[in-house]
Design a protein around this ligand. Structure first.
Ligand code: SAH
Length: 346
């Protein structure tokens, strides 16, 4: 059966016409799914019952089920969603003054193997479908009763390791027939897969691109991130520059500060000279401690010092506001504790 929520409008129209239906039915059904966020064909009240039945026979209708939910004192809410095949994924709702932001997962697990990250511990199970990426936002919109204005693809998984589904997701979330979220409110975070960054630059997108940098040189980056062995920083940065030239979107570099590993004054200076001259923002993230990993977060004074050095070099810096550290909001932690419990129960 075809996954109807992963079909874009044109495909849905073609398919319905091939089934002998009028074209306008596609607009109605698409709107039910992607704007009214309905929960199934039976809620489509302006669609005849025989057509609803026909749709049930031809299409699967993806919905996610919230199986756990943790709310932090700061209002951040982490959701654990069960997929149709019973795998579980995490999504996070963050409330800011300027609106609600949702962080979605792009894969079940991850195969990138970053040393500090909990999402990659069990490896990659599978890619998420476009419908499963959309559904994380749709379910959170329904549960919270509030509009989602920003989306960051920074949850579990490497979005550029699931490229085609990611592109389809971006097209559908920014479709005027759906939630119509513009590129400037979408951010993709990548560990730096060069061919995909270039392809994305050529794709005519306007999303923000964030690179997980975490080290000021290849030697250290290779220790923290296995993907760095495939792509040196010079190639990654030139692909990022290409993205900037084609889109005009300010680049973001994410840098998780790990005590004694990448947080010295010398490393701050090295980072400054690596990225200088770019229209960019460095997002410093005190590393979230993961119980399976030995890394410790940097001391407050080292974080401040690191930031000051970058600023002296005229680099825009923010220290990520810590959100949800009381609810295992670090990548993959809630999912992992849920799965560990499942294993223990058996
Ligand atoms: N695979 C993508 C997106 C997912 S991770 C990427 O690599 O960018 C989102 C961000 O959180 C990345 O910058 C990642 O390196 C970082 N991250 C993962 N585990 C972390 C931890 N324990 N503490 C701080 N940041 C972490």
């Amino acid at each position: 059966m075809t996954d109807i929520k992963s079909m874009n409008f044109e495909e849905l129209k073609e398919k319905l016409v091939a089934m002998g239906e009028k074209e306008f039915r596609a607009a109605q059904i698409y709107e039910w799914m992607h704007r009214k966020l309905c929960g199934g064909f039976d809620e489509m009240t302006n669609i005849s019952i025989p057509l609803r039945e026909k749709c049930k026979e031809s299409f699967s209708f993806c919905t996610l089920r919230a199986v756990d939910r943790r709310e932090s004192v700061d209002g951040t809410c982490k959701f654990l969603f069960e997929l149709p095949d019973k795998n579980v994924i995490e999504s996070v709702l963050m409330k800011y003054h300027h609106g609600n932001s949702v962080c979605i997962s792009s894969q079940v697990g991850c195969r990138m193997g970053c040393a500090f990250c909990a999402s990659t511990i069990g490896g990659l199970t599978r890619n998420l479908l476009p419908s499963e990426m959309l559904e994380q936002i749709y379910e959170i919109t329904k549960i919270s009763g509030e509009r989602v204005s920003n989306i960051v693809v920074m949850g579990t998984g490497e979005p550029f390791d699931n490229y085609d589904n990611l592109i389809r997701f971006l097209e559908m979330i920014s479709d005027v027939r759906g939630l119509n979220i513009s590129g400037r409110n979408l951010t993709i975070s990548t560990c730096g897969i060069v061919p995909r960054i270039k392809e994305f630059a050529d794709g005519g997108f306007t999303a923000n691109l964030a690179l997980s940098l975490h080290a000021p040189n290849d030697a250290l980056r290779q220790k923290l991130m296995p993907v760095a062995r495939a792509y040196p920083l010079t190639e990654i940065l030139s692909a990022m520059d290409e993205y900037y030239q084609k889109t005009g979107r300010r680049l973001t570099f994410e840098y998780s500060l790990i005590s004694g590993v990448n947080d010295s004054a010398a490393q701050a200076r090295e980072l400054s000279s690596l990225i200088k001259g770019r229209n960019c923002l460095v997002n410093l993230i005190p590393v979230n401690e993961v119980k399976e990993r030995e890394f410790k977060r940097s001391h407050a004074k080292n974080i401040e010092n690191f930031k000051n050095i970058l600023e002296k070099n005229r680099i825009n810096v923010t220290i990520r506001r810590e959100m949800g550290s009381d609810i295992d909001a670090a990548c993959g932690q809630l999912r992992k504790s849920y799965m560990d419990k499942g294993v223990n129960r058996e």
